[in-house]
Design a protein around this ligand. Structure first.
Ligand SMILES: Nc1ncnc2c1ncn2[C@@H]1O[C@H](COP(=O)(O)OP(=O)(O)O)[C@@H](O)[C@H]1O
Ligand SMILES: [Mg+2]
Length: 262
């Protein structure tokens, strides 16, 4: 099987720091792959290269066999990779619906001319987009759907994350990348959010997910495979049950605990 997303030898340097070093990854269609590793390991930087925010110093990224290395972020998004960020990026002054409509890649087919000459067509398309946005919000949370016409700025953290996930889904991407969906939340909010994420994933078996998760507790519940990044390098890959027992992986996490307690 050709991987849907294939990363080979991906490397980036910031001055003297090699933040990500020769990382290989393959994500198959319909697969969920978790990227785990201590803080500062290079996980978000890896996402930034795959999604076109950073240009790799070396290595390649292929989507469905096509070389997308170094493409700008908007082109990569259009090619079928959507993502969320570790710190939320919503338009606080827009409604939940509008935040999701913005994520739609082919928001409207009609252009400026249509808007002027055929306003009915443009309006119908916008209404269809808003309808679809509402369904995506409902899919991740009926509670959130009840607030779909309120401003995003008023949402608590877990709901901001839900909305960002709905927006990523709105793009019709084949690969959805989530950067630490649980970050900044307590255990209760995290558990509820992850239950919603797992349900959305189960309802969309055709999609592939690449999920960064720092919290080991959550990774066990996210299926398929994990890859462990430490100091910019991939140090292990496989079933979480096996990987978590590997001495190198335990050292990476224990090293971090020791650093936190120092
Ligand atoms: N734009 C940048 N300039 C310089 N250093 C960066 C930049 N982006 C990330 N880094 C560095 O790369 C390393 C990995 O960071 P990051 O990918 O955010 O880690 P993680 O997401 O695993 O916690 C860190 O040392 C970070 O300071
Ligand atoms: Mg990060």
């Amino acid at each position: 099987m050709t991987p849907l997303l294939e990363v080979r030898g991906l490397t980036i340097r910031f001055g003297g720091l090699v933040a990500v070093c020769e990382v290989d990854l393959a994500l198959n269609p319909s697969e969920v792959l978790c990227i785990i590793g201590p803080n500062g390991a290079g996980k978000s930087t890896l996402f930034n290269m795959i999604s076109g925010i950073y240009r790799p110093s070396a290595g390649t990224v292929h989507l469905d066999g096509r070389d997308i290395t170094g493409w700008p972020a908007h082109r990569i998004a259009a090619a079928g990779i959507a993502r969320t960020f570790q710190s939320s990026r919503l338009f606080n002054d827009l409604t939940l619906i509008d935040n999701v409509v913005i994520g739609m890649h082919s928001r409207t087919k009609s252009g400026v001319l249509d808007a002027l000459l055929r306003p009915g067509k443009a309006r119908a398309e916008l209404e269809a987009a808003a309808e679809k946005a509402g369904e995506l919000i409902r899919a991740i949370s009926p509670d959130l759907h009840a607030r779909r016409n309120t401003l995003a700025g008023a949402l608590p953290q877990a709901d901001r994350r839900r909305l960002e996930i709905a927006r990523a889904l709105a793009s019709d991407a084949r690969v959805i990348m989530l950067d630490e969906p649980s970050s900044g939340m307590d255990d209760r909010d995290t558990d509820a959010l992850m239950a919603d994420v797992r349900r959305v994933m189960a309802e969309r078996p055709g999609l592939s997910f690449l999920i960064i998760e720092h919290d080991m507790r959550l990774v066990a519940a996210l299926p398929d495979r994990v890859a462990v990044i430490d100091y910019g390098r991939k140090i292990a890959e496989g079933d979480f049950a096996d990987v978590r027992l590997m001495p190198r992986v335990q050292e990476a996490y224990l090293g971090q605990k020791a650093a936190e307690h120092a």
